[in-house]
Design a protein around this ligand. Structure first.
Ligand code: ZN
Length: 272
């Protein structure tokens, strides 16, 4: 099984009460770390990353209200792309949740709440639903977000994009979009290839400012060597005195990282 198939299998076993359910992250080293976009709902705080049975260092967490992606080049898409390119994310998961208040708040109520907070309606965009990306179906919202991410020119075909739902009471995860299957479909020769021309010319990247990314000018190692002879132009003085051979140290046997335990921290309904 691939990483997210194993995650969901372990999650379902844990929710069913299997105390031994979990993953060995070393078995999935090629698929880690994962990048997950979830909602801001505080009920999710206790679920991640343990509902995925991943150690914290293998989990890059992005959050916004409603785990919404509004466009193939949106700011959330930029963060997802940089999470992969800069932080090494190998797979993306967009994880919606049950009982999402973004889905349950009608636009009239949202407006009332904004006005109560001192926001002037006249200063808001005309089409608020489009602006905030609000939705009525959590599953449809995840499908839409996966569609934007999968077709974004910022995400290459080496990165699977999955869609999941998590139950805010039990921590149970369920598939919405299997990103491995989507990739297989895209790889079929009979299927039309991605139309990158339709995604827009380079002009579409005008607001993607690579200048915001800071990269160190100095090569690794230079900073750690004061008076680096290669940098200063001074040849190093060779020490010709005999150097005793280093003592032979037997390397310790490789330790297998511990299995990351799962179940989720909140007990399933009806589980005492
Ligand atoms: Zn939510």
């Amino acid at each position: 099984m691939r990483l997210f198939e194993s995650i969901i299998d372990a999650n379902h076993r844990a929710v069913a009460g299997d105390a031994n359910a979990g993953l060995h992250p070393d078995e999935f080293a090629d698929a880690l770390p994962v990048v997950a976009l979830t909602c801001i709902d505080p009920r999710l705080n206790a679920f991640f990353p343990n509902a995925l049975a991943l150690p914290a260092e293998e989990f890059i967490w992005l959050r916004n209200a409603g785990n919404i992606i509004t466009d193939k080049l949106s700011s959330t898409m930029r963060s997802l792309a940089l999470a992969c390119a800069v932080k090494g994310g190998r797979e993306i998961a967009i994880i919606g949740h049950s009982d999402c208040q973004v889905a349950k708040t009608p636009m009239t109520l949202l407006l009332d709440k904004l006005v109560a907070l001192g926001v002037e309606r006249s200063r808001l965009p005309d089409n608020l639903a489009e602006f905030f990306g609000t939705f009525s179906s959590e599953r449809q919202n995840v499908i839409k977000a996966c569609d934007f991410a999968r077709n974004s020119p910022l995400i290459g075909l080496k990165i699977p994009v999955h869609g999941l739902m998590i139950d805010t009471e039990t921590g149970k995860l369920d598939w919405v979009v299997n990103g491995y299957e989507t990739l297989q479909t895209l790889a079929q020769p009979t299927m039309p290839k991605m139309d990158f021309a339709a995604l827009g010319s380079l002009g579409a990247f005008k607001d993607f400012d690579m200048g915001e990314m800071k990269f160190p000018e100095m090569k690794i190692g230079e900073a750690a060597l004061p008076g680096n002879p290669l940098k200063s132009g001074i040849a190093p003085v060779l020490n010709l005195s005999p150097i005793p051979p280093p003592p032979i140290v037997k390397p310790p046997p490789p330790l297998r990282p511990a299995k990351v335990p799962l179940p989720p921290p909140i007990r399933p309904r009806g589980f005492q």
